[in-house]
Ligand binder design. Structure first.
Ligand code: UDX
Length: 436
């Protein structure tokens, strides 16, 4: 089996490396020559645990190669994956499909025989059909099938999510295309992974429905957490109490400062727009988007309130900048809403993130970056846990107190327990749990 993976971003690189681990020959293509050069040298442009090792092993075994030469990559491939970016289009929230359609044109020009063209990027309903139209128009004589095969990869655990997924969704409408896809995922058949074959449109919608549902679940528990604070209930007990009901499920009920990342914010917005375009508005998701946006700003108010109603002239220590741990991804991170609101209110920010600072410096140039978590606390008026990196989970409270001007902690990820923090002499503010 031979696969060409177009786009060596997050999804393309992880998928390419994982398919090669499945024993498939994979050629990863990107227009960015410097990126391809770096990959050839074994330098991985993103932070994803285990990815460097996986790439290295498969490159060494000759199953994974990198090139800028699209024609050479596509010639003789059984499947060509489109894994290019689909950013939110400026202004209207629709997904920007120019890279996907550009790739379709390139593929049309390079195919030498039957191949399955697979959209791996998250694309709005109808995109696969348009890719099909573009290729057909350019090469009417060509035999090919277009397939939708959405990814459900979480940053930080993407390799495991690829290798041991809950399910694989494949929108493939011909026997021939299904056969190629079955062969590609043969390894997962052997471990009895449910593989769901659907139509193109259904598969495309499954991806959006899954992500928007999860975003709604998080937003739901965040609002319940706010209510818990008002009525004196504990959100973790509520989450457990409802999560044990098999119909609800325990996962994705952890309250926090609002979801971020490369997928949920973009995908919720894109589905809202698609639904509006089709005259079938998704009121629930519209509300989720609005509530989550507001929540990020509200977190700044929570921090200001914890500091006695004003942060003017005060120093705030920030632990964690990325939207979640084990990634260097800053896209739509709550920190990008919270920190500017704090600086606007007159606060000085001292921040540290284990992997995200390189990216963060481009987006938040005017704050002080420190070398570790403790350094951020030096002479600070309060410390905020913004991202739950492991190294922030077990901080030495004595040392923290010796560094901080006032022992105030705002824990936006509920990493610590109110009773322990009270015993350690901290004023402790968290999300949806009663004071000790
Ligand atoms: C997500 C989906 O999980 C994945 O299936 C999809 O294909 C891509 O988008 P990812 O963005 O990597 O993956 O992160 P995820 O772990 O899902 O977290 C998303 C956001 O929700 C983060 O900001 C996280 O902090 C937040 N979150 C998650 C919560 O606030 N509470 C939770 O219980 C779970």
């Amino acid at each position: 089996m031979r696969v060409a993976m177009i786009g060596t971003g997050y999804v393309g690189l992880v998928s390419g490396a994982c398919f090669s681990e499945f024993g498939v020959d994979v050629v990863c293509v990107d227009r960015d020559a410097s990126k391809i050069e770096r990959l050839k040298k074994g330098e991985i442009p993103i932070y994803e645990p285990g990815l460097d090792e996986l790439v290295k092993n498969n490159v060494e075994q000759g199953r994974l190669t990198f090139t800028t030469d699209l024609k050479q990559a596509i010639a003789g491939a059984d499947a060509v994956f489109i894994a290019v970016g689909t950013p939110s289009r400026r202004g209207d929230g629709h997904a920007d499909l120019s890279y996907v359609y550009g790739a379709a044109m390139d593929i049309a020009g390079a195919l030498t025989g039957y191949a399955v063209i697979v959209t791996k990027s998250t694309v709005p309903v109808g995109t696969g059909r348009e890719v099909e139209r573009i290729i057909k128009a350019a090469r009417p004589e060509l035999e090919f099938d277009v397939v939708s095969n959405p990814e459900f990869l979480r940053e930080g655990s993407a390799i495991n999510d690829f290798m041991r997924p809950d399910r694989v969704v494949i929108g493939a409408e011909t026997e021939r295309a299904q056969k190629v896809m079955r062969q590609l995922y043969r390894v997962l058949y052997l471990i009895e992974t449910p593989i769901l074959f659907t139509s193109l449109e259904t598969s495309e919608l499954i991806k959006y429905a899954a992500n928007t549902f999860l975003a709604a679940k998080i937003t739901f528990i965040n609002e319940i957490a706010d209510l818990c604070e008002k009525v004196g209930a504990d959100v973790h007990d509520v989450a457990r109490g409802i999560g044990l009901d098999g119909r609800i499920g325990k996962k994705f009920l952890h309250p926090g400062p609002g979801y971020g990342g490369s997928c949920f914010p973009k995908d919720t917005l894109a589905l809202v727009k698609t639904a509006q375009d089709y005259g079938a508005p998704l009121r629930i998701i519209e509300t989720v988007v609005a509530v989550n946006d507001k929540r990020k700003r509200d977190m700044a108010d929570k921090i200001i309130a914890a500091c006695g109603g004003s942060v003017a002239g005060k120093t705030i220590s920030i632990l964690g900048l990325t939207f979640k741990p084990n990634t260097d991804d800053m896209r739509d991170s709550p920190s990008l809403a919270i920190i500017p609101a704090l600086t606007q209110a007159g606060a000085k920010i001292q921040a540290y993130d284990p992997e995200g600072m390189h990216e963060a410096k481009k987006m938040l140039p005017d704050i002080t970056y420190c070398n570790d978590g403790y350094e951020t606390m030096k002479d600070a008026d309060a410390v905020v846990v913004l991202t739950e990196w492991n190294q922030f989970r077990n901080l030495d409270t004595k040392r923290m107190k010796s560094l901080l001007k006032t022992p105030i902690m705002v824990d936006l990820r509920n990493v610590y327990t109110p009773a322990d923090m009270k015993a350690a002499g901290f004023t402790y503010i968290c999300i949806g749990r009663p004071k000790a």
